[in-house]
Structure formats: C-alpha cells, structure tokens
Ligand binder design. Structure first.
Ligand SMILES: Nc1ncnc2c1ncn2[C@@H]1O[C@H](COP(=O)(O)OP(=O)(O)OP(=O)(O)O)[C@@H](O)[C@H]1O
Length: 249
C-alpha cells in the first residue's frame, strides 16, 4: 500500500471498461480529478456518461483497469478486500437514491449498522440522529417515515463512523422538490460546518447549484467544470451546463 499526501480524494488517469456481451463499454476514459477538503463537488452528465461508475471507483467498490484512486493519501489499489472494507467504513460514507434502508429494522438500528462493533454505537447513533433532526423517529421503521426522513436516516448511517468523505448518488432523486432542497441545504451545512468533503452525482441543476464546483461529465471524461454563482439560481446552473456541453460537442 502506497502512502501519498495531499487532497482527501485524488483520481488519476482512471480507465474502466465493462463487457456487455461481446461489446466493450468504456465507462471511464482516463479520468483525473482532485477534490479538496471540505469541498462540495457536484458531478453532472447525461445518462450513461459514467458518473455512478466514477463514484463507485472513488469508494473502492469497483476496480479500475488503469490509473489510481487515493483517499486521504492512501492508494486503494493493492489493498486486500478486508482492509479495503475497513478503510472504506472509516473514511467514506455513501448515500443512494433508493435510501437502501433495511425495512425490518428501526431507524436507529439502520443507523447503527456500520458501527455495530463499536461499544459506543448507540451513543453515536443518538448524536448523529439528533444532528440530522430525526431523533424523534428513532423507533420507526422505514415504511413509517417520509422519503425525506428516510434519506436523513441513510445519511445518518453514512455519517455514524464520522467519515471525512460523503459520496451521494442522486440522493434527491426519490424526493419531492421541497424535500430535495432541504436535503441539499443539509449537505451544504455538513460541508461548511463540519468540513466534510461531499461528492454528489445529479441530473438536476437545482441540486448542483448548492455545490462549490460542478464537474460536467461526458463519455467517461471530464468535459469541463464551473463554479455556480453564489446566490445564483438553478437556471444559471442549467445554462452553464448546457454551455459546457455545446462547447465540448
Ligand atoms: N456493471 C456493469 N456492467 C456492464 N456495463 C456497465 C456496468 N456499470 C455501468 N456500465 C456501463 O457503463 C456506462 C456508464 O454507466 P454509469 O452507470 O456509470 O453512467 P451514469 O452516468 O451514472 O448513468 P445514469 O445517469 O443513467 O445513472 C454505461 O454505458 C453503462 O451501461
């Protein structure tokens, strides 16, 4: 395992190809990217452009064919499965569109899952659920909670190990517009107040507008990037995104 210094997350010249029958699909085509500590990065791009693959590669869930991924200076290549699992649990939280909560467990039990080996799992769960405003829902099962509450439970579960990095794949995709905006405000607060690094994949300009930086992804590559205007609107981000696609076409 190689140690490097620098940013919490560094992707260098990553290539990832999948086989689809006889066909080869290049999902990532030489992607390089550095993410700063406490940065809120949004990744936008058309369906099939490679966004989720990039997120999975960053989490060490998908091997790369070439290139490297380093998290907090640690190159993920060459780590054993068990070491990678432990490392990921400590350093990276993940949130998905579909919440991925276990339906038979209460909110609190879902939140505690990654921390079960720790003696203070219950205290950790209480702290993080309080922080996310869902402590009063602790005994409820997912089907007794709204979509917004379920996603907060999923975020609490992702944060219980206090990871430096949160990766979110379309986290507002199953939420109504108002609840989605509340969730974006929460994610932004986690960056600003707690210095967490957040990388979020989205199709939606009204979600990307909360980010410090927007990466525009096309055909497995970074096409360009821009900084949303402070106090700007979703329309501004939509225009900047369309412009990036036109210029890069
Ligand atoms: N496990 C897999 N096996 C085969 N092909 C895959 C696999 N995962 C992704 N792909 C292919 O890789 C390409 C990129 O997929 P990916 O899911 O990363 O795109 P995306 O930008 O996240 O799309 P969407 O916005 O629709 O979720 C697509 O052509 C997809 O079909």
């Amino acid at each position: 395992m190689t140690k490097e210094s620098g940013n919490p997350l560094r992707v260098e010249c990553v290539v990832k190809t999948f086989s689809q029958g006889a066909k080869k699909v290049t999902a990532l085509d030489g992607v390089s990217l550095e993410v700063n500590k406490g940065e809120f990065l949004a990744i936008m791009g058309a369906s099939g452009s490679g966004k989720s693959t990039l997120l999975h590669v960053m989490a060490g869930l998908t091997d790369v064919d070439a290139g490297s991924v380093s998290v907090e200076g640690q190159n993920l290549a060459g780590m054993s499965d068990s070491a990678l699992t432990r490392f990921r649990r400590a350093k990276i939280g993940m949130v998905f569109q579909a919440f991925n909560l276990l339906p038979s467990l209460s909110a609190e039990q879902n939140v505690q899952l990654p921390a079960l080996e720790l003696p203070d799992a219950a205290a950790r769960a209480e702290r993080v659920m309080q922080r996310l405003g869902i402590l009063d829902r602790r005994m409820h099962r997912p089907d007794a909670m709204s979509g917004g509450e379920q996603q907060r439970v999923a975020i609490a579960r992702a944060l219980i190990m206090n990871p430096a990095i949160l990766l979110a794949d379309e986290p507002t995709g199953s939420l109504d517009s108002r609840t989605g905006q509340e969730l974006c405000r929460l994610l932004q607060t986690l960056c600003c107040e707690e210095g967490r690094t957040i990388i979020l994949v989205t199709h939606e300009p009204r979600v990307a507008m909360w980010a410090d930086r927007v990466l525009v992804f096309k055909d497995g590559k970074t096409l360009s990037q821009f900084t949303p205007k402070s106090g700007g609107s979703a329309e501004d981000v939509a225009l900047a995104y369309e412009h990036a696609l036109e210029v890069g076409a």
